[in-house]
Ligand binder design. Structure first.
Ligand SMILES: Cc1cc2nc3c(=O)[nH]c(=O)nc-3n(C[C@H](O)[C@H](O)[C@H](O)COP(=O)(O)O)c2cc1C
Length: 241
């Protein structure tokens, strides 16, 4: 009997100790399993958990629209809480001419569909991890493809491909998921919500608009296959009040 009580007390102590502190209990592995393919670009692009100190001034670098490539700085963490972002998200359809900064564009694209893990997976889930969604950034002067691996923009076209010319930036969202419109919609929809929540966090305005009709000219201009479908665009800028 004494042996039984003593055993029960020992088990109780063990459980309490594990709950109080991060412990080295055998059932809780301390070391994460090794990543399959370390991705240093992803580590570079992933924001650190800590937000910048309140006094720190965040740079507002202009975007060098027209350059063949635009390197994106490491995205900064947002200060808003998720609850605040959800509270503030809404569609906005009137924009000023004010351009967003390079820092905002960097964090916007990373939030939308950047790499967030060493194995190359992304901030948005995708069916069968096929990562079917591509993001294009259309400005008045040129359009770029977001290279999520190198976290940079690569110019694909000169001139104005913005589907709606109301905001200084229009994201064009495509999906290459073969022959399955439902999955195309879901893969791209989760990316759009990431973008919308980032905009809410930063006080930026956005609205999602479906791309209708024949998109073959746009596909040619973007340099994508006919199977890679432009599904919708998202204006990004500042609200005109
Ligand atoms: C798939 C989808 C397509 C949309 N297409 C358009 C559109 O073509 N034009 C537009 O002004 N808004 C469009 N919207 C925005 C909706 O009108 C908007 O989300 C809705 O009115 C609710 O308003 P809220 O986003 O402010 O909550 C679309 C939204 C979704 C999810």
């Amino acid at each position: 009997m004494i042996k039984k009580i003593s055993l029960m007390l020992s088990i109780g102590f063990f459980i309490t100790a594990c709950q109080a502190e991060p412990c080295n209990c055998p059932q809780q592995p301390v070391t994460p399993p090794p990543a399959e393919a370390p991705n240093t670009a992803a580590a570079e692009a992933t924001p650190t958990a800590e937000a910048p100190a309140p006094a720190q001034k965040v740079s507002q670098t202009p975007i060098a629209v027209g350059e063949a490539e635009i390197s994106l700085p490491k995205p900064l963490p947002v200060k808003a809480t998720l609850t605040q972002c959800l509270q503030d998200r809404r569609s906005i359809r009137s924009y000023t001419d004010q351009m967003i900064s390079l820092e905002q564009l960097s964090a916007l694209l990373w939030s939308g569909n950047g790499i967030n893990r060493e194995d190359g997976k992304r901030t948005a889930p995708s069916a069968r991890n096929l990562q079917s969604v591509s993001l294009f950034v259309a400005f008045e002067k040129a359009t770029y493809r977001y290279d999520h691996v190198a976290h940079k923009l690569i110019r694909v076209a000169e001139g104005d491909l913005r589907p709606v010319k109301a905001a200084p930036v229009e994201l064009i969202v495509t999906s290459s998921f073969a022959d399955n419109e439902v999955i195309q919609g879901i893969d791209s929809g989760v990316v759009s919500q990431n973008i919308a929540l980032y905009c809410a966090a930063e006080g930026l305005a956005t609205v999602i608009r479906m791309m209708r009709g024949d998109q073959s000219e746009l596909q040619k201009s973007l340099g994508i296959e006919p199977t890679n479908r432009p599904l919708f665009n998202m204006a990004v800028g500042y609200e005109a009040k």
